[in-house]
Design a binder for this molecule. Structure first.
Ligand code: IVH
Length: 679
């Protein structure tokens, strides 16, 4: 591609991606698939790499995060970032309305909107470009977190349409509940501390020094205000609509209310409706809609007179604590669960509630027969939040956390710095054995889909399978006709394995012997060894024996592997039982080494040949393939031209690329073809 064409295409792609971003993140109405979007983004990345001089300041490729910041610069807000006065009852809303009406003549209209539970942010756009993003700080000055904010996809780097030369907007950065859960799951896998709630995880993320990490966290943002004034806009509602039209994400759940009753209705609707939102709100913000009236009302020292926040009360009930159960999870973590006298809470009868962990139990000084407060927050399982100690009777019984595992009797342990107690008997405690087996057969691990939770339970109950190696000793005769009693609509029923399903199970287990080493390593269920860590370990050590012998130092040397993971790996391989399992898996033919050590092959087999790698692959990542090409003497090029020798195509390679390769007569090869070439 010549310079002129490259420049034009870069400009075109930048604008195109901006529009698609807007449709996806702001309007929630994408017109192309994620894959097509990534494909265009990839094309832009490649062009920018080849012609860095044409990269535009608003390029969407910046979303991956820039250089780390040592210390955030302090920035003084051009307009102070105030807070809102809070209210907790309908009466207080009426008082607010009365205050407003006393100061303003004429018709009053309010807007009601969500009070997002996140972190306030002030954004400045100069000539349409995002120049600074500052946290609220003390209201007068805050931290410059621009590089981090640039990674948030719902915040435009460049505005669209008709925007003023200088624009300041205010909003709230938050993490979706799903994003928060996903992040915590990943952190748990890596043995990192968990975030308590989406708000903490948003504020913790925003203050991180490395934008590249921020880019991987699912932050989002709603814009709710601008201190700028516009000739053509006379209400807050219109200003939100305008902000949306120039590319900023504003909420669509804003309502105009003319009476206090309308406001109550909005509050009550969302107090119930918030459980269905994918983000946390902690109340409703009520604002005078007319901007001229807002100005007339003005501010107190701390907050505007034209707005008030209504904070939701968590739904709470009082009931009696009957007993405490201890539940052992698949990972061995033991959680206390309270059995309660049934009580109605937010429309459902609650009989059980979470008691969190030993520390909280102790802090609450909870006793059996106490009257306790139960709350239903954003979580599905209600929780105990307090004890009515005033109503405590003499017959209450103090409790101490279980010392032994309720399932297998083993003494529980608690690792330093962790809140949870664990049952250390990971290989013999029934829920843990079943958990390990279920993890082993799961889709991302050995992918034995002919077995499932129920079938694993059946095999375990019949003492046919006690650990993962036992699966490979199963025979058709053992499975055929195996029975289980289930209760279906109150009636006991016997089910048994038919010929077909027994055959399928055996075939599924057989097929799992083809699963590559890194997935097997993940399947073993070593604590803190998630998918990513397993891949890293497999790439580094090449086979299970090398990994089993690795020292803590050798493990820690690997990128992203810390002491916690290293210790867990070493402990796992030290156990005699695990050594035996490895021997048996090996004998069964399970892959415990990288095939032909692909990452260590180096040759001149691809000497002088140039490759374009495109699409999604099953055995390697794109980066790994590129590395292999280089290690074998080949060259990676960004885009297809007549000089390209091969196109290495994975799933979902874009149609344009395929067409181009075909037109130029360049061979399109698969991952398997490629493996052949270098083997
Ligand atoms: S308007 C002058 N609207 O609540 C202040 N604030 O104490 C105008 N917040 O720090 C704020 N959702 O971060 C406004 N829809 C919303 C909001 C909202 C959340 C936060 C904001 C501020 C705090 C107020």
């Amino acid at each position: 591609m010549n310079k002129e064409d490259a420049k034009n295409r870069i400009t075109e792609l930048t604008a195109l991606l901006r529009e698609h971003n807007y449709k996806y993140y702001v309007l929630s109405a994408p017109v192309i698939s994620d894959y097509e979007f990534d494909f265009l983004l990839k094309e832009l990345e490649e062009l920018e790499a080849a012609f860095p001089e044409f990269k535009l300041p608003d390029s969407p490729t910046q979303r991956v995060g820039g250089e780390p910041t040592k210390e955030f610069k302090t920035v003084i807000h051009k307009y102070p970032m105030l807070s809102l006065s809070n209210s907790y009852s309908e009466g207080e809303i009426s008082e607010f309305d009365a205050r407003v009406r006393k100061l303003i003549d004429g018709n009053i209209e309010y807007t009601c909107e969500h009070k997002y539970d996140g972190v306030a942010i002030g954004l400045t756009y100069i000539n349409g470009l995002l120049t600074t993003a500052v946290t609220r700080g003390d209201g007068t000055q805050g931290d410059d977190v621009t590089n981090n904010v640039k990674t948030i996809k719902s915040i435009p780097i460049r505005l669209r349409g008709d925007y003023p030369a200088e624009l300041e907007v205010r909003g709230e950065i938050f993490m979706s509940i799903e994003g928060f859960k996903r992040l915590n799951k990943e952190r748990e896998e890596k043995g990192e501390n968990l975030f308590a709630n989406p708000r903490n995880s948003a504020s913790g993320t925003l203050k991180m020094q490395d934008p590249a990490i921020v880019a991987k966290r699912p932050l989002d943002c709603f814009i709710y205000n601008t201190p700028n004034e516009f000739d053509h806009i006379s209400t807050h509602y219109e200003s939100l609509k305008y902000l949306r039209s120039i590319g900023l994400k504003t909420s669509t759940n804003v309502a105009i209310c003319r009476t206090v009753e309308d406001i109550y209705e909005y509050i009550n609707d969302w107090n119930e409706g918030r459980v269905h939102l994918d983000y946390d709100i902690d109340g409703v913000v009520i604002k005078v809609n007319n901007l001229k009236q807002q100005k007339e009302l003005g501010y107190t020292a701390k907050s505007p007179r034209w707005a008030i926040a209504y904070k939701f009360k968590a739904e709470r009930a009082e009931t009696r604590l009957l007993s405490i159960d201890y539940q052992v999870g698949r990972t061995g973590a033991v959680t206390p669960v309270a059995n309660l006298e049934p009580v109605l809470l937010a429309g459902t009868t609650v009989k059980r509630a979470s008691l969190h962990n030993a520390d909280i139990m102790q802090k609450l000084d909870i006793r059996i027969k106490d009257l306790v407060y139960v709350e239903k927050g954003g979580e599905i399982i209600p929780k105990i939040v307090g004890v009515n100690t005033e109503a405590r009777k003499k017959n209450t019984i103090p409790v101490t956390f279980a010392e032994n595992c309720p399932e297998c009797g083993t003494e529980l342990v608690r690792n330093e710095g962790e809140a949870a107690y664990y049952c250390p008997n990971e290989d013999h405690c029934p829920p843990q054995i079943k958990g390990k087996l279920e993890h082993f057969i799961s889709r991302k691990a050995m992918n034995i889909d002919s077995l499932g939770e129920g079938k694993i339970e059946m095999l375990f109950d019949h003492h046919l399978v006690n650990n993962i190696a036992d699966l490979y000793d199963l025979t058709f005769d053992q499975l055929y006709g195996l029975e289980k009693v289930i209760v279906d609509q109150g009636k006991e029923k016997k089910i048994s394995f038919q010929k077909k399903s027994a055959e399928k199970i055996i075939a599924g287990i057989e097929k799992s012997k083809e699963i590559p080493f890194f997935k097997v390593l993940f399947a073993l269920g070593i604590r803190h060894v998630g998918e990513t860590v397993a891949k890293k370990l497999a790439l580094h050590f090449n086979n299970i024996d090398l990994l089993a012998e690795a020292s803590s130092e050798a493990l820690i040397e690997i990128d992203e592997i810390g002491e916690k993971i290293a210790e867990s790996v070493i402990n796992w391989f030290e156990k005699q039982e695990h050594k035996e399992i490895i021997v048996r898996l090996k004998e069964a033919g399970v892959q415990l080494a990288n095939e032909a050590s692909p990452m260590q092959i180096s040759s001149d087999k691809l000497d002088g040949k140039s490759f374009v790698v495109s699409g999604v692959f099953s055995s390697y990542s794109r980066e790994e393939l590129k590395l292999l090409i280089e290690q074998n003497g080949g060259k990676n090029v960004g885009s297809i031209s007549s000089k390209t020798d091969f196109v290495l195509a994975g799933d979902n390679m874009g149609p344009a690329k395929r067409q181009k390769a075909e037109k130029l007569g360049i061979p399109i090869i698969t991952e398997e073809d490629f493996q052949q070439m270098i083997s």
